[in-house]
Design a protein around this ligand. Structure first.
Ligand code: LAC
Length: 240
C-alpha cells in the first residue's frame, strides 16, 4: 500500500496507552480517601494477574468481570470497605478514562500517510465501542479488536494474531504500540514490529526472551513509522 513505510498498519494498546490510567488514582481516592494510590496500584496489578491466570487456566471471562473481581481483591488487600453501589461505580472507572495527550494527533498522522490504524485490547467487545465513541477515538481507527474474539488475554499469541487476520498482512508489516512492557514483549515474540512507550528509565521489560522493541514517545512515534525516506521526493530515488 505504502511503499517505503516501515509498516502498513499500526495497532495500539488501549488501557495505559491510548487511554491514560492517571484518573484511576483520583477515582480511588474519591472512593477511599487517603488510600487512592495504594488501591489503584493494587487494583491494576491484580487485574493483570487475574487476566494472566485465567488465560493460563483456560477459564476466560471478559475484562469487565476481571476488573470487578480485581477491585474486590484489591479492596480486601488494602483494607478498604465500600457500599455495593459505590464499588460498582468505581469498577467502571476504566470506562471513563480519557485519551492520552498526543494520541489522536499521531493516529491521524499515520492515516494521512496511508497507514491503517487499530486498537487491539483486553477490553470487552461490549465496553470497547462505548469507550471509543465517548473519546471519539473511533474517528481515527480502522479496526477495533477485542480479545473476546479468542477468549484469551494478552500476551497469548492468539490475541496478536487477530491483527494479522483482520488486516490480511504478515506480522512484520504490522506495528504495535504499547506502554506496557509485558505487552510489548508478547507482541514482539509474536513477530509484530513493536514500539514501547517506556514511562521512564526505571521501567524494565520482562526477561522472557522476546525481541527488543523500539523505544519511543508519542512525539517521536510518527518518525518511527514514517521515516524520512518514505517522503515522495526520497521514494523517487533509486534504492530509496
Ligand atoms: C489492554 C490492557 C493491556 O488494553 O490494558 O489491552
Amino acid at each position: 500500500v505504502s511503499a517505503g513505510h516501515r509498516v502498513d498498519a499500526v495497532f495500539f494498546d488501549l488501557f495505559g496507552t491510548l487511554l491514560a490510567l492517571d484518573a484511576l488514582e483520583a477515582a480511588c481516592e474519591a472512593a477511599a480517601p487517603g488510600r487512592g494510590r495504594a488501591l489503584s496500584t493494587t487494583w491494576r496489578a491484580r487485574q493483570l494477574e487475574i487476566s494472566w491466570l485465567r488465560t493460563a487456566m483456560g477459564a476466560f471471562v471478559d475484562f469487565d468481570r476481571v476488573t470487578a473481581d480485581a477491585l474486590d481483591a484489591a479492596m480486601k488487600e488494602v483494607g478498604v470497605k465500600m457500599a455495593p453501589a459505590g464499588r460498582r461505580q468505581l469498577a467502571r472507572a476504566f470506562e471513563d478514562l480519557t485519551t492520552t495527550n498526543g494520541a489522536p494527533v499521531v493516529l491521524d498522522a499515520l492515516r494521512a500517510a496511508g497507514l491503517q490504524t487499530g486498537v487491539l485490547t483486553n477490553c470487552s467487545r461490549v465496553t470497547l465501542p462505548r469507550v471509543l465513541a465517548r473519546t471519539r477515538l473511533d474517528r481515527s481507527l480502522d479496526f477495533a479488536l477485542s480479545v473476546d474474539a479468542v477468549a484469551a488475554f494478552k500476551p497469548h499469541p492468539s490475541v496478536y494474531r487477530l491483527a494479522t487476520e483482520a488486516t490480511g498482512m504478515p506480522a512484520g508489516r504490522i506495528g504495535f504500540v504499547t506502554a506496557n512492557g509485558w505487552d510489548a514483549a508478547g507482541a514482539a515474540a509474536f513477530g509484530l514490529f513493536v514500539v514501547w512507550l517506556r514511562r521512564g528509565p526505571a521501567d524494565q521489560l520482562p526477561p522472557v526472551g522476546a525481541p527488543e522493541p523500539v523505544i519511543a514517545s508519542w512525539s517521536s512515534l510518527p518518525a518511527v513509522f514514517l521515516p524520512a525516506d518514505a517522503s515522495p521526493q526520497d521514494a523517487a530515488r533509486p534504492g530509496g
